[in-house]
Design a protein around this ligand. Structure first.
Ligand SMILES: Cc1nc2ccc(C(=O)N[C@]34C[C@H]5C[C@H](C[C@H](C5)C3)C4)cc2n2c(-c3ccccc3Cl)nnc12
Ligand SMILES: [Mg+2]
Ligand SMILES: [Zn+2]
Length: 344
């Protein structure tokens, strides 16, 4: 497993310098998917620097760069759950920290910001483009390792993260005080496990209640609920971009879903409707996903930070986009085109 990162890769990132500045990089409208793959690690280093995490924790940059390059390499290349998704997830957390002043206003400590950005980057490591239930149904190795714990994929993403941290010259958090180091690993564990949408639904009512009464920054429970909310929001953040991004992301996700559905049929199993290319209505399931998964999360965020209401407005517009496209899909479906072809 021990993929190596060579010295010149590390040096290239270290010397990437100020050239990696994008004028719209700090806007919620900006989609980090526009950043070329080869420049993403440079942008990640800039995020750690800009949040003053390098100084706060005396992080050695060459260790950070080696860690980031190994994390990037540890992602496979399924259509959606790849490094680009991880980078865009981390970018959204960075935007929240910057635009809501989470550090200055003490919503987050330096340590929590460090754990949040790092967890976003690592939260889907080695994803195969299939769901937890597919692991269990196919009796995969990962299911045999983690099904007793639940959240099979998320436990795997976590264990891969820890494995990379334990790789020579990759443990960029080694300079943390012992108590901070333990706390950071606990946070990374909680945050990566929080990305299992099935467990997110248990937290949502508590997050809604917290947002209504106002967050208590002295309460560990509230802080944990708040960090999980940021993690889920970041994981879903493609849905806060304009409809062109949302449509291209849907094409990636449904390519993954339909591939899984095909595999399930070959295993003699009946896939979920949204994963069955013969039965799925992308527009319907995207409206459903926005309404029942995304909008509730960003409503809680907008209750806490009025600046997040623009994200909800974008989601409403994207829901409208799918409603309108139903007419278009309907027409094409009659012509026998599969729902994916309509997206392209
Ligand atoms: C565009 C888009 N559509 C998506 C449509 C559906 C689902 C989805 O997991 N649905 C559910 C549907 C029920 C109740 C729970 C648990 C399971 C059974 C599965 C949720 C996810 C979707 N998704 C994600 C995403 C975010 C986090 C983890 C995994 C993924 Cl794939 N990121 N982008 C998208
Ligand atoms: Mg995941
Ligand atoms: Zn993800």
């Amino acid at each position: 497993y021990h993929m190596k990162v060579n010295a010149c890769d590390v040096i290239n990132v270290l010397i990437c310098g100020k050239s990696h500045h994008h004028p719209r990089y700090l806007e919620f409208r900006f989609s980090p998917r526009e950043i070329p793959y080869g420049e993403t690690v440079c942008f990640v280093v800039k995020m750690y620097e800009d949040l003053n995490l390098i100084n706060a924790f005396r992080i050695k940059k060459d260790l950070l760069v080696r860690f980031l390059l190994l994390v990037q390499k540890a992602y496979r290349d399924p259509p959606y759950h790849n490094w680009t998704h991880a980078f865009s997830t981390a970018h959204f957390s960075y935007l929240c920290i910057k635009n809501f002043d989470l550090l200055e206003k003490n919503y987050l400590t330096d340590l929590e910001a460090l754990a949040l950005i790092t967890s976003c980057l690592c939260h889907d490591i080695d994803h195969r483009g299939t769901t937890n239930s597919f692991q269990i149904q196919s009796n995969s190795l990962l299911a045999s390792l983690y099904s007793s714990e639940g959240s099979v994929m998320e436990h795997h993403h976590l264990s891969q993260t820890l494995c990379i941290l334990n790789t020579t010259d990759c443990n960029f958090i080694e300079s943390l005080e012992q108590s901070d180091y333990v706390k950071c690993l606990d946070l990374i564990r909680d945050l990566i496990l929080a990305t299992d949408l099935a467990t997110h639904f248990d937290l949502l009512p508590k997050q809604q209640e917290m947002a209504e009464r106002g967050i208590d920054l002295e309460s560990d429970k509230d802080k944990s609920l708040f960090l999980s909310l940021l993690m889920t929001a970041s994981d879903l953040s493609d849905q806060t971009k304009e409809c062109g991004v949302v449509r291209s992301v849907a094409e990636l996700i449904y390519t993954e879903f339909f591939t899984q559905g095909d595999m399930e049929k070959n295993m003699g199993r009946k896939p979920m409707e949204m994963m069955d290319r013969e039965k799925a209505s992308i527009a319907d399931s995207q409206v459903d996903f926005l309404e029942h998964v995304c909008v509730p999360v960003f409503t809680v965020l907008a209750n806490l930070f009025p600046g997040a209401s623009v994200l909800l407005e974008t989601m409403e517009a994207n829901t409208e986009y799918w409603e309108v496209s139903k007419q278009v899909f309907g027409k094409y479906a009659l012509e026998g085109k599969t729902s994916l072809e309509v997206l392209t």
